[in-house]
Design a protein around this ligand. Structure first.
Ligand SMILES: NC(=O)C1=CN([C@@H]2O[C@H](COP(=O)(O)OP(=O)(O)OC[C@H]3O[C@@H](n4cnc5c(N)ncnc54)[C@H](O)[C@@H]3O)[C@@H](O)[C@H]2O)[C@@H](O)CC1
Ligand SMILES: Nc1ncnc2c1ncn2[C@@H]1O[C@H](COP(=O)(O)OP(=O)(O)OP(=O)(O)O)[C@@H](O)[C@H]1O
Ligand SMILES: [Mg+2]
Length: 374
């Protein structure tokens, strides 16, 4: 009706319409369609052939099919490490829960090895939560380092991480990292090393504080994923786009943000999660829980790291259903859906008492429901 009226009303009206938010939004939706819509061959799981990754006219990703396409089968010929080796860079005096949640979630989903690089204070605490994690007490905060030692210590930290770096399929940088300037300076150097080695990175929590103030660290790196919550997203928008968050044009703004940073993938967390690599925008709204206990974002960052790695492997293995897709986007869609499903199952069971550790216990069942072991 609006469009018809505009067209019949002469050039002036058409011009006004072309600049109207309604038309801009329509044009944007049309541009966004097409992503995954060419997907009609998912050969990974029996019975899934002919399905599409999106529901056609919406931005909602067909997350369950993405999960099925990228999750590897459990093959007796595989050796330890082939299902994923993840490292979390995070954990300091204040925060030991966040790196633990991220690292243990990676294992619960199916990664083979999960490391944590944290400060000395945090290391024994994190080890005591779980014997499954490999914990490296290598990071240092300013309070434990004299000014004249900083150069040497920073070199040692880098050498320790560098020894391991190429073995990892993905790094998660930031859960419980804290904001100590010396520590963040060392982590900046770790990010540069990861980029040189083409290791994917998921940046969350205090890692986002770091990169928001030093965008060059990630700018133009397509293997970087940012997972901001409401506050982290606000800071990112203010810094990069020099404006406030605009929920009226949320998708367009996310798209411009990802584009402006240079092709990184952004997963904006919230009531629905929105994912953009600067080319397309997808949403994940399925499942979810009304509990907002701290730590759910940490589960998500560890999960995205695993799924991103699996998506890259599936592509290397030549899976035609995803060969032209961005593995970072697929990893975000899968991680978001799994986290939300586990949260909803935990909430069904524990209601107001639901905690992050309860949600972690449902990660395995959630994946099994969608993608059963054959
Ligand atoms: N158990 C733990 O060790 C945990 C540690 N965490 C770590 O804590 C550090 C800081 O992360 P934060 O998430 O607190 O940083 P933020 O900058 O997001 O939060 C700062 C403040 O904003 C408030 N806030 C958070 N979400 C909000 C929302 N949706 N609407 C309005 N206000 C909101 C918080 O209550 C907090 O006071 C990070 O290193 C993070 O990884 C968190 O991951 C939570 C769990
Ligand atoms: N209102 C909501 N309804 C449903 N799910 C939500 C809602 N808000 C966030 N989530 C989900 O919770 C997960 C974590 O998002 P959240 O915004 O809590 O991250 P965070 O603040 O970084 O968490 P953390 O406490 O670990 O730092 C995301 O996967 C998101 O989908
Ligand atoms: Mg967080």
């Amino acid at each position: 009706m609006l469009i018809k009226h505009g067209i019949n009303s002469g050039f002036g009206a058409i011009y006004m319409l072309a600049s109207s938010p309604v038309l801009r939004r329509q044009q944007f939706l049309i541009r966004s369609l097409g992503d995954y819509s060419d997907q009609n061959t998912n050969t990974h799981q029996k019975g899934m052939q002919g399905t599409k990754f999106t529901s056609g006219a919406s931005l909602e990703a067909d997350a369950e099919n993405v999960l099925r396409a990228i999750t590897p089968t459990l093959d007796p010929n595989r050796h330890k490490g082939q299902a994923g080796k993840i490292a979390v860079i995070g954990g300091c005096r204040e925060y030991t829960g966040a790196p633990y949640f991220a690292a243990i979630s990676a294992l619960k989903i199916g990664a083979d090895l999960s490391h944590v690089f944290c400060t000395k204070d945090a290391a024994s605490v994190i080890k005591s939560y779980s014997p499954e994690l490999i914990v490296h007490p290598v990071l240092e905060e300013s309070y434990s380092v004299r000014d004249d030692e900083k150069g040497v210590i920073s070199g040692k930290v880098l050498a320790e991480v560098d020894k391991w770096l190429e073995r990892f399929d993905c790094l998660v940088i930031g859960p419980g990292l804290g904001r100590d300037p010396f520590l963040l300076d060392c982590v900046s150097k770790i990010i540069k090393l990861a980029r040189q080695s083409n290791v994917p990175i998921v940046i969350d929590g205090d890692g986002l504080f770091l990169v928001t103030n030093s965008l060059d660290l990630i700018s133009g790196y397509p293997l970087a994923v940012l997972t901001p919550n409401v506050n982290e997203y606000k800071r990112l928008v203010q810094k990069v786009l020099s404006c406030e968050v605009n929920d009226e044009e949320a998708h367009e703004q996310l798209l411009s943000l990802a584009k402006r940073i240079g092709g990184v993938t952004i997963l904006r967390k919230g009531k629905s999660d929105f994912i953009s690599d600067g080319e397309t925008v997808k949403s994940v709204s399925i499942y979810g829980s009304p509990r907002r206990c701290g730590g759910q974002g940490d589960i998500l960052s560890g999960s995205v790291a695993v799924f991103l790695s699996w998506a890259r492997h599936a592509m290397t293995d030549g899976d035609p259903s995803i060969s032209s897709k961005n593995p970072a986007t697929l990893g975000c869609i899968a991680g978001s859906a799994l986290m939300r499903k586990a949260a909803s199952l935990a909430f069904e069971n524990k209601k107001r008492a639901t905690l992050t550790t309860d949600i972690i216990e449902y990660l395995g069942r959630s994946l099994e429901d969608i993608c059963p072991v054959q």
